[in-house]
Design a binder for this molecule. Structure first.
Ligand SMILES: [Zn+2]
Length: 203
């Protein structure tokens, strides 16, 4: 049997209405990541590489929300408009949707706590698809992007952080900056679409 060919994949994190301007937990200029992410999505899709798309998919009652002892206002309650992907995000039919934050006892920031429609978790999906390198962008830099990237690095994946396609919550003004530094210190490569366009994305 031929060895499984290792390849690249894209992870688009939480580009949902509630994290974009006017949303329940809006990230400043969060929607500005969309046109850039659409360019990455198009390239991965064209090259038949997996496009993973995560979403916060919370129950109405969860310890993640302020009302129940957590730190966040209610957001991305599953099946609501706020939890829907932003209408301008152009997802291909074959995009693999990963839901997370369903467990009321956990925050579920990382895509490693997410599963697809068949309840296969992200790490197993990466193995099934033979992925070794992940390009990651979306919302928010200082939470779900950061925790997903750090988990990927911890599991030995090569991680490219798409610095022109992330925005942060910035509860403290330097949170995003610090998160990017932390990801880079743990081994993430920082790139923009210009850098990306220079290299082949083909497996
Ligand atoms: Zn959440």
């Amino acid at each position: 049997m031929a060895a499984l060919k290792l390849k690249k994949a894209l992870l688009v994190v939480d580009v949902q209405n509630d994290f974009c301007p006017k949303g329940a937990l809006a990230v400043a200029k969060g929607d500005e990541v969309i046109p850039v992410l659409n360019k990455y999505i198009k390239e991965f899709s064209k090259n038949k590489l997996p496009v993973f798309v995560s979403r916060d998919w919370h129950p109405k009652i969860t310890g993640h929300f302020k009302k129940f002892g957590g730190r966040w206002p209610q957001h991305c309650v599953r099946e609501t408009k706020g939890a829907a992907f932003h209408p301008k995000l152009k997802l291909p039919n074959e995009a693999i949707i990963l839901s997370k934050g369903m467990d009321p006892a956990r925050d579920g920031y990382s895509a490693f706590q997410a599963q697809d429609a068949n309840c296969t978790d992200f790490l197993n999906l990466l193995k099934i698809f033979g992925v070794s390198e992940i390009y990651i962008g979306g919302l928010a830099t200082d939470y779900c992007v950061k925790f997903s990237a750090l988990d990927l690095l911890r599991h030995g994946f090569k991680v490219y952080l798409l610095t022109d396609a992330v925005k942060g919550v910035n509860i403290s003004s330097r949170d995003s900056e610090d998160a990017i530094k932390e990801m880079a210190a743990c081994g993430a490569k920082l790139i923009t679409f210009v850098d990306f366009a220079k290299r082949s994305v083909k497996p």
